[in-house]
Design a protein around this ligand. Sequence first.
Ligand SMILES: [Zn+2]
Length: 466
Amino acid sequence: MEDITTDNAYFRLVRMTMRLCMYPLVFVSVFLSFLLFNLSCKKENIEPKIVDSATVSPTTNTTNTTNPTITSTTNTNTTNTNTINPTITPTINPSTVTQTVVTTTTNVSIVTKYPLSVNSTNRVASIVVPSSTFAYWNANYYGGFTGNWDSVKVISNIVYQRFKDEFDFIFIITNNQTKPSSQPYGVNFAIQNKVQGIGKSIFNNAASYGSSGKLLSFMWLPWKYGIGGVTSNGGFYPGGPTLHELCHNWANHLPVGIFKTIDDTNPNLPEKNANDGHWGISDVGGQLGGFASSSFQSNVDGDPLKYHGHIGSSLGFGLNANGGNSVPYAPLELYMMGLISKADVPPIRTFSGINANVSASTIISAFGNGNFWATTMRTYSIDELIQASGIGQRVPDFTASQKEYRTLVLVITPSVLTTDEWTVYDDQVSSFFKKGDDGVSSIYNFWEATGGRGWVKADDLNLIMK
Ligand SMILES: [Zn+2]
């Protein structure tokens, strides 16, 4: 019998403890962190945008839970040490945010006031903004972007004054030593989609942001170490959700009903549709959650409704993400990205009736070990998935798709970046966007995560400046 009172109290304790992120998290078991970390991506009400508040590994290094800041270039943690509560619900309702930065009508004058610099390696750009503007980005959920995302337009107009229309992506990074507690780990703002067969409508808002038609999306990472990569002296930043946000350009945009997850905003953890861009309880097992199909077990403990799945070295798996840049893209993700054929996508197991027979507290304790219950398991071949979702064939398919992209990595900062800060960014950019192995096996750059099939170019900024 479920004890609602106890569950409520337990949840309050967990959330309060994690919210006070500098407190030792000894009160919270690893499996609770695991579950809550991955249950917490929030569906946004402004399309097309995907916000990720839970893209960091649930297999958190528990020996360093009170220091979420990566300060050493020799840090060799294999997972992101940031254990700041990803379940924090934004305290500012996006719909009530008052836009106070600037409006688009004042962009022109603002543009001339914000200097843009590019570093000597031509891999990183930075804009110095007034401290009030920087504070606004930090204080307001997803930068305080309103429906027309004026604060992004301010930035984009500066970019296109200085650069030709060559960027597929623009990564905006706010120069914070640690992630503001109220912010998600990453956001993908879709600007354009021209790919059929991924469940996403065809649209193009590039002109509103100063692009003549090239720009596909903005991605925002609200702290200094979000990209991830190998440092120039052998250490590495675990990083992420860089791979995750990039994946959101193509996935998961399947219609609701196929992939199921659990609503962690309700103590009873009711089942819901995984319609916030992630794979939920399934064996997709990639950057957007799910477990590895190779780990699948049924009839766990002799219970015909009990299953198991995990990914990599984790005990379990995430509903929304799987540990920052520590796992590569899953075959279904690579298909949606146009990088592999349908024939290379194995059948996908999906589950429903996830909490029909057990209490929320039982789910929590089991899920940390990758165990879950479901009354129904349904397996889809890729053709069946296409048929059932009604998305149609991917056009262009992997033989004709775009496989190389260009990005701008742009740091927003209230004061000119120091030499050390430029180095931190340059190390991450040169490694994560390298067309080749980054030299560290426990993290993946984009090229590695795609199995060498795709590349995002970030350097040679000098060649495309106006
Ligand atoms: Zn996401």
